[in-house]
Design a protein around this ligand. Structure first.
Ligand code: PLP
Length: 397
């Protein structure tokens, strides 16, 4: 008997890694040895954190930790099943009810993560006859959900309402039309023109889907998100969000009409076939939305820090792009230079991540910074002085 000799799985994987390395696409794992906070211990050194999505400092908040610990005492560490079998605990229902009220929508449904939400929901609600209009800078989880749905896709120019209008005029799908956009774009920090999108959607009878991952806890009254920020409550059909950013823990959700959420509860396979959140997670998420309503000052602090930091960066001479939110990119250009800048800053005690191709176009490499509500003015002064020092060393300013 002859044997077919093929490369082993380990060999194939090694080649893949080499290819990624050649394309500068391998990421380096940094290790936190403390909570994510304004300062953290990273790879054994104390670092001022400018790269978490923990906008409000809730990842290590005492009230959230207390709520989680109490939930573990009351319910244990696991739910024991998927939601549809016996994995729905009263804490899960309480979260969905209070979340719907927080977002001022009739209903909500939670999922394991934001990625799972976009992937599961878009692939469920879209079919081959449908046509989806997607901003060119939308998050990968949206792109993957659309791909999985097999719907037709039209990509419109970033935040460009003329481009979207043109595409809508041309469209004649057999099925429904859906416009999907990030509310806040995670690499640029700019905000989608939701009033324009809502208007075009109404004119053409399209459904609207807004991903508020970077809007929740950041925009709107008490961090209710981008739709509240624009006064569009009730005018966007589907609001999606995550608990892994401003809300400090993990989880995704949709807030929308009652029938829509009930339909998702019965059809989204990622919901039907995967275990529900541990009670500690549901409790932390519930406490997060209570916390921002009780302490709206924390959102205001995030914004005063953001203004202070942006002003400092601008007066130092950095190009900070078109950001309108706490996501503030420092435009660098060359990938290697952005990498070098991040390495130098790490040595100075400032932790930032370089954003390079293919996350952004070639020669649009940047350092992305995000301040949080826990940073003090002296923290921000420290960061600004180190950024200036390294910027001068690398002749960026
Ligand atoms: C982070 C992010 C997600 C994914 O959220 P997770 O809960 O971390 O899976 C989805 N959409 C956007 C726009 C994001 O920034």
């Amino acid at each position: 008997m002859s044997m077919v000799v093929r490369p082993s799985l380990e060999e194939i994987s090694k080649q893949e890694i080499q290819k990624l390395s050649d394309e500068n696409r391998l990421w380096k794992e940094h290790r936190l040895e403390s909570p994510a906070s304004n300062w953290s211990v990273v790879d054994g050194t104390k670092q001022l954190m400018l790269c978490t999505n923990d906008y409000l400092g809730l990842a290590d908040n005492d009230d959230l930790k207390k709520a989680s610990i109490e939930a573990i005492r009351a319910y244990g560490v696991g739910s024991g099943a998927v939601r549809v079998i016996s994995g729905t605990m009263s804490i899960h229902k309480q979260l969905e009810e209070e979340l719907a009220r927080f977002k001022r929508r009739p209903a909500s449904i939670t999922f394991q993560s934001g990625y799972v939400t976009n992937y599961g929901v878009l692939s469920t609600i879209l079919g081959e006859d449908d046509l989806v209009f997607s901003d060119e800078l939308n998050h990968g989880s949206i792109i993957d959900g659309i791909r999985m749905s097999r719907a037709q896709k039209v990509v419109y120019r970033h935040n460009d309402m003329e481009s979207l209008a043109e595409e809508l005029e041309k469209a004649k799908p057999k099925g429904k039309m859906l416009i999907v956009t990030d509310a806040v774009f995670s690499m640029e920090g700019d905000i989608a023109p939701l009033p324009g999108i809502a208007k075009l959607a109404a004119k053409h009878g399209a459904i609207t889907y807004v991903d508020d991952a970077h809007g929740d806890g950041v925009l709107g009254e008490a961090g209710r998100g981008a739709v509240n920020h624009f006064g569009l409550e009730g005018k966007i059909d589907i609001e999606m969000g995550t608990f892994s950013k401003a809300f400090g823990s993990v989880g995704g959700y949709v807030a929308a009409g009652e029938n829509f959420c009930e339909m998702l509860r019965n059809k989204v396979r990622a919901f039907l076939l995967s275990g529900s959140h541990p009670p500690a997670v549901a409790a932390a998420n519930l406490e997060a939305i209570r916390y921002v309503q009780k302490n709206p000052g924390v959102v205001k602090k995030l914004w005063s820090n953001t203004r202070y930091f942006k002003k400092g960066l601008k007066s130092t001479g950095f190009n900070i792009g078109r950001s309108e939110t706490p996501i503030t990119p420092i435009m660098i250009g060359e990938d290697r230079l952005a990498q070098r800048m991040a390495d130098e800053l790490f040595k100075e005690g400032v932790f930032v991540i370089p954003i390079v191709f293919p996350m952004v176009p070639r020669d649009a490499a940047r350092i992305r910074t995000i301040v949080n509500a826990k940073h003090t003015e002296s923290d921000l002064d420290f960061a600004l002085s180190r950024l200036e020092k390294v910027g001068r060393k690398l002749s960026l300013i």
